[in-house]
Design a protein around this ligand. Structure first.
Ligand code: E4P
Length: 217
């Protein structure tokens, strides 16, 4: 399983990229709005120039021809751009045509395995099943990841699974066990994955012992 960073914050992206662990970035309109007064297209270009991998940028139109036009503009920003398209009939109709045009897509707001299968049938490059938002309404978000991975494996479906809406490290671990191709994680969660009290204790101990060694030389 590879990691995408789920943010539109350029500083966090630069930091995570410097750690060598992210394969790309996903954004959504909510994450972009948190960045204040930025130009969306400029930010998408900046992100793509920072990371060596796919950058998902969301199209917000709900009508097929408008979605396609919006997607073409987004895809024209940078070769690494993947256009996020909402799961709806017009969205999947757009995905079919965008795929034929060679434009990569990430079908978002996927909350059932049937929706994921539909997205794959339309030719989506990626699907993003949302875990946390299902948990939020008392459903089992992680089961969705297991189901989608199992079905895609069963049929040899090439659409990649991005486990999305992940809120904590336990989500990430389960996604890895489920066989998700990618986990897209907020910066806060990515940082938490590094932490273990014994790692910190070990570093502190080794540093203290090394200082003793140097002092005794
Ligand atoms: C990423 O593609 C999704 O838009 C994101 O993970 C949603 O996360 P949230 O449910 O925490 O807003």
């Amino acid at each position: 399983m590879k990691f995408f960073l789920d943010t539109a914050n350029l500083e966090d992206i630069k930091t995570a990229h410097s750690w060598g662990v992210i394969a790309g970035v996903t954004t959504n309109p909510t994450l972009v709005s948190k960045e204040g007064d930025i130009d969306f297209h400029t930010r998408v270009r900046e992100i793509a120039e920072t990371v060596n991998g796919p950058v998902s940028a969301e199209a917000v139109s709900l009508e097929k021809s408008r979605l396609i036009e919006e997607a073409k503009v987004l895809a024209g920003i940078h070769p690494q751009v993947v256009v996020k398209v909402p799961l709806c009939p017009d969205g999947l109709g757009a995905v079919k045509e965008l795929t034929a045009l060679g434009i990569k897509t990430n079908v978002t707001l996927v909350f059932s395995a049937n929706q994921a299968v539909l997205a794959a049938a339309a030719g989506a490059t990626y699907v993003s099943p949302f875990v946390g938002r299902l948990d939020d309404i008392g459903e089992d978000g992680m089961k969705l990841i297991y189901d989608v991975v199992e079905i895609f494996d069963l049929y040899g479906i090439e659409t990649k699974v991005i486990a999305a809406s992940l809120r904590h490290p336990a989500h990430v671990l389960e996604c890895a066990k489920a066989g998700a191709d990618y986990a897209t994680v907020p910066f806060k969660v990515l940082k938490m994955l590094f932490d273990h009290p014994l790692t910190k204790k070990g570093i502190d101990q080794f540093n203290a012992d090394w200082a003793k060694y140097l002092a005794n030389k």
